[in-house]
Design a protein around this ligand. Structure first.
Ligand SMILES: [Zn+2]
Length: 213
């Protein structure tokens, strides 16, 4: 069973996605990471991606779908995918669903649900390690990371940039999530991250044990 993971910025989607993928031996698909990996690869698709990035262009939806298709076809049999940060928009959700259907894959969408207030609070108060980039919530007491690095506020965690990101989620990603509403798994993302992780793993246990790909 593939999982399409949704959550507003600040919901802990990245951390939770990694935990879920690890527990169920899933392959994590994250567009940015996949672009970086491919552009260093000497394949036809790798060269294509590299030339788009080198030219300073954005990778359009058709190319993103080529990348997903390549990813799906290179998977070992029986391995599921966790999609993190994709689809961002309804157009992309439609093409992703078509692609997964065509490849005979089963999938469910999961939403880590938090209020806008919580998102704002978490994004404006979190800090990031200047060395290893680990993110720490506001209630982390030390001024240094576990690796010794200094904790700083991320440059794009300023009120204006946060507002832009939340708006993009509300205006573009929420309509995409609507497509999955009949079968959407909602997880309350308001509690502390380790509690949310426990709940998420419990809920997904049932889903992941359904007959899969
Ligand atoms: Zn660190």
């Amino acid at each position: 069973m593939d999982i399409i993971f949704f959550g507003m910025q600040g919901a802990g989607k990245g951390t939770l996605g990694k935990a879920v993928a690890k527990k169920y031996n899933m392959q994590l698909f994250e567009t940015g990471a996949e672009l970086r990996r491919l552009s260093a690869e000497s394949s036809e698709l790798g060269h294509k991606v590299k030339s788009i990035i080198d030219a300073g262009h954005l990778v359009d939806n058709a190319v993103v779908m080529e990348i997903v298709e390549n990813f799906v076809q290179n998977l070992k049999p029986g391995v599921s995918i966790l999609f993190d940060g994709i689809p961002r928009k309804i157009e992309q959700a439609n093409s992703l669903n078509t692609l997964l259907d065509k490849n005979g894959r089963k999938y469910r969408a999961v939403l880590i649900n938090i209020s806008r207030e919580t998102a704002l609070k978490r994004l404006t108060t979190r800090r990031i390690c200047s060395v290893c980039k680990t993110v720490y919530p506001a209630d982390y007491q030390n001024d240094a990371c576990e690796c010794g690095g200094e904790l700083i506020t991320r440059q794009d965690d300023n009120p204006q940039s946060i507002e832009t990101r939340l708006k993009a989620f509300e205006e573009e990603t929420l309509p995409a999530i609507e497509l999955y509403k009949d079968n959407l798994i909602k997880i309350d993302g308001e509690p502390k991250i380790d509690e949310v992780e426990k709940t998420a793993l419990e809920i997904l246990n049932t889903v992941m044990n359904e007959p899969s790909n």
